[in-house]
Design a binder for this molecule. Structure first.
Ligand SMILES: Cc1cc2nc3c(=O)[nH]c(=O)nc-3n(C[C@H](O)[C@H](O)[C@H](O)COP(=O)(O)OP(=O)(O)OC[C@H]3O[C@@H](n4cnc5c(N)ncnc54)[C@H](O)[C@@H]3O)c2cc1C
Length: 432
């Protein structure tokens, strides 16, 4: 029997250290308004401590400079880091750098181009470079086969032209992972490639960080900004190709699988944080003759939230376990399922936590309103809910064949059973 829900004691010790480190050293920084450069300097000693503990960049295998913990352990770690948006940066596995490091690593495996390790991957893992993933275009999002950005080979160079938006961290990145059509004569699944583009290359024009529900005021050049970028005759070396020509979608799948589930793992931490606030308020606030904890509606919120969070946690860890067993490509359904389920749980728990706090919950005196605004995007980025549901439903429906009469049709089953057991039934009725 291999069923097990326990964590081995040595690893539990690491998790316990992470819990207190995040609570004591990182969470307090959340409420100090630091400029990006000051923040980087402020967390540098914390990053060293994480490295000393062997917990830096734990999403990658040791040969690529990571801790090589596998997805299940990573899930348990991300659950802790997800409580605070600053924590992944301190642990060297923040999005989108973590996913981009994976793309470059997988691309190197495919192309054998080892030079990418020293030039891009290692500095990215060391936190010396920052990156962004530039795929979505104003006219092509959920359906990336509509991408228009092109990269044409000219001697030893690529010439890139296109218009991207929602490139997260684009305005603070040192380089961009650009998805472009490199062969328009075949299906986009075979004709698209990923190319590394330093942000200071002539022709890269970062127009703005798009104000969003999460960051409504336009503010250029800070982490979490979503950049709109024009690429006009951008020339980079041919060698900047990730993987091989035409492999863009294969690499995207390899990146987006782990990237998606890492979000789901972090959402567990966000949901738990909101849940703790919900419960604390329930036992603290007195109104209409009792504390809120004694009202049945509130008890329903507590019970429903815990059930949904537990389901999301088990689904996340199960998807992670499947990835460890059979790889991300073969765990597509599990990953897609937790992506939409986890995003909804996150949203619902935060929503209830806001509601129980009333006006205080709506105010910026609590982090809930910001958590809520950020959570709304979870149902859109890395593929909207509806598209993941299509993936799940299509895969599941493949196991079913059309029938004229439902398999469970009782009269038909009764007739079949009577035929099958005719002798037995005859004998039984003679004996009675
Ligand atoms: C906060 C945030 C960060 C992001 N970061 C990045 C990034 O770093 N890099 C990057 O390249 N992109 C990024 N994106 C873009 C993101 O990947 C896209 O928003 C997403 O893929 C959806 O594309 P779209 O916005 O163009 O929506 P559309 O493609 O226009 O889809 C709109 C809606 O149509 C519906 N829909 C679409 N297809 C179907 C279908 N088959 N069946 C039923 N309904 C459907 C869904 O409700 C969907 O929400 C980010 C987005 C957000 C919000």
């Amino acid at each position: 029997m291999a069923w097990d829900f326990s964590t081995e004691p040595e690893f539990e010790e690491k998790l316990a250290w992470m819990r207190s480190f995040v609570r004591e050293e990182i969470l307090p920084l959340e409420v100090v308004d630091l400029e990006y450069d000051t923040f980087r300097k402020a967390v540098a000693p914390l990053q060293l401590e994480v490295k000393d503990r062997g917990l830096w960049a734990s999403h990658l295998p040791p040969e690529l400079g990571g801790g090589g913990f596998g997805q299940v352990k990573l899930g348990l770690m991300h659950e802790i880091l997800g409580q605070c948006s600053l924590a992944p940066f301190v642990f060297g596995n923040n999005a989108p750098d973590s996913g981009n490091a994976e793309i470059i690593a997988v691309g190197m495996e495919s192309s054998g181009n080892e030079s990418h390790k020293e030039k891009w991957l290692q500095p990215l893992l060391d936190g010396k470079l920052r990156s962004a993933f530039s795929m979505t275009e104003p006219g092509a999002g959920a359906d990336p086969t509509l991408l228009k950005t092109s990269a044409v080979r000219d001697g030893d160079e690529w010439v890139i032209n296109g218009h991207k938006w929602f490139t997260s961290n684009g305005s603070i990145a040192d380089f961009l992972v650009v998805m472009a059509v490199t062969n328009p004569d075949v299906h986009p699944y075979q004709g698209s490639s990923m190319i590394l583009v330093p942000t200071d290359t002539p022709g890269v024009d970062i127009l703005r960080d798009i104000p969003t529900m999460e960051h409504p005021t336009e503010h250029f050049g800070r982490p979490g900004g979503h950049s709109e970028i024009l690429y006009t005759d951008v020339r980079v070396p041919y060698d900047n190709l990730v993987g091989r020509e035409g492999e863009g979608f294969v690499l995207a799948q390899k990146r987006l699988g782990p990237g998606r589930i890492h979000h789901c793992m972090r959402w567990l931490g966000q949901s738990k944080r909101a849940f703790d606030m919900l419960c604390e308020r329930a036992v603290s606030r007195y109104t209409h003759g009792s504390v809120l904890a004694e009202k049945q509606t509130i008890q329903n919120w507590v019970a429903d939230s815990m059930a949904e969070m537990t389901a999301a946690r088990l689904m996340t860890l199960h998807a992670a376990w499947r990835m460890d067993q059979v790889g991300a490509a073969n765990a597509r359904v599990e990953i897609a399922m937790i992506k939409y389920y986890g995003a909804t749980v996150l949203y619902n728990v935060i929503d209830r936590a806001i509601q129980i706090h009333g006006s205080l919950g709506f105010s910026t005196d609590l982090p809930l309103e910001h958590m809520y605004r950020a959570a709304r995007a979870a149902r859109i980025y890395d593929g909207p809910d509806e598209v993941h549901k299509v993936t799940v439903a299509r895969k599941l429906l493949k196991d079913y064949k059309p029938v004229e009469v439902p398999t469970e049709h009782v009269p038909t089953r009764r007739a079949a059973a009577q035929r099958k057991f005719a002798d037995l039934l005859d004998a039984a009725s003679l004996n009675s």
